[in-house]
Design a binder for this molecule. Structure first.
Ligand SMILES: [Zn+2]
Length: 266
């Protein structure tokens, strides 16, 4: 009888210990290329805009061959069955055939993105296209997804260009929320869509730095958040980008990392 009590307490502690440890683990943002990043906290990980091939006539960087292979095979830092998020279907963010092949190689896969991304990742499948047609784009994780992935997610549309959906993502690890804006155009998008959420890290495309409205948002409502510039053109070196934005506020080359201390948030 009294042997059961220590066993019971041990079981409770075993359940509680990992949860406590996970909360204090740092969150890491690891550069892939352009706006592509791997966000991880311990074993929890998610890739955003990370699998693509189009350099747009040399204007943008693409993933290195080593990263591309590891992402597709699910090896190294890109564990098998890592969740793939895509903001939109442009070729400097997303490549449908590569995503298809990834899920074939890994024999599993999870993908979230706007309709055209989901259709393209399924080889243009008409059944999928039809099934998606009347569904809204974006939304929060289900309880099941939250449980499975170990973090929370919400997604909302923000304007990028006519005729294409650009889905932005807020990922919450414990108390820390990171926002990835995809290719949002600050001069035409509704910049209030995330105002109900406390944002700790904003990953924005570099043209926000040249937009008055973009600057006002970053320096106003998001003044307390960590700002990280992405989508740095290929002709700008890491050195020049860091000289402009400051170390820890821009990601350029594959393998660069920014660590977020979960205690940093307000
Ligand atoms: Zn782009």
């Amino acid at each position: 009888m009294n042997r059961q009590i220590p066993a019971f307490i041990a079981a409770l502690m075993a359940m509680a210990a990992p949860a406590v440890a996970q909360d204090v683990e740092p969150i890491e943002i690891r550069m892939i290329a352009n706006m592509g990043v791997l966000i991880s906290q311990g074993e929890k990980r998610v890739l955003i805009d990370a699998l693509f091939t189009d350099v747009y006539d040399g204007r943008f960087r693409v993933p290195t061959e080593a990263d591309r292979t590891a992402m597709m095979d699910g090896t190294g830092e890109f564990g098998r069955s890592t969740l793939f998020l895509f903001t939109h279907s442009h070729g400097d963010h997303f490549h449908g055939p590569s995503v298809m092949e990834t899920f074939q190689r890994q024999n599993t896969g999870q993908l979230i993105g706007p309709h055209d991304v989901l259709v393209a990742a399924n080889g243009g499948n008409e059944i999928i296209r039809t099934a998606l047609e009347n569904l809204p784009v974006g939304g929060p994780f289900s309880d099941w997804q939250r449980e499975r992935n170990g973090f929370d997610m919400d997604s909302r549309l923000m304007f990028h260009a006519d005729g294409i959906d650009n889905l932005t993502y807020a990922l919450t690890f414990g108390e820390t929320t990171l926002l990835h804006l995809g290719d949002t155009d600050p001069d035409r998008a509704d910049l209030t869509v995330w105002d109900d959420m406390d944002i700790d890290v904003v990953m924005y495309p570099v043209w926000w730095a040249q937009s008055e409205l973009g600057q006002a948002k970053l320096r106003g409502d998001w003044a307390d958040a960590r700002h990280i510039a992405l989508h740095i053109p290929a002709h700008i070196s890491r050195e020049d980008a860091v000289a402009h934005f400051g170390e820890g506020h821009v990601l350029v080359d594959a393998g660069e990392r920014i660590t977020i201390d979960p205690g940093d948030h307000d």
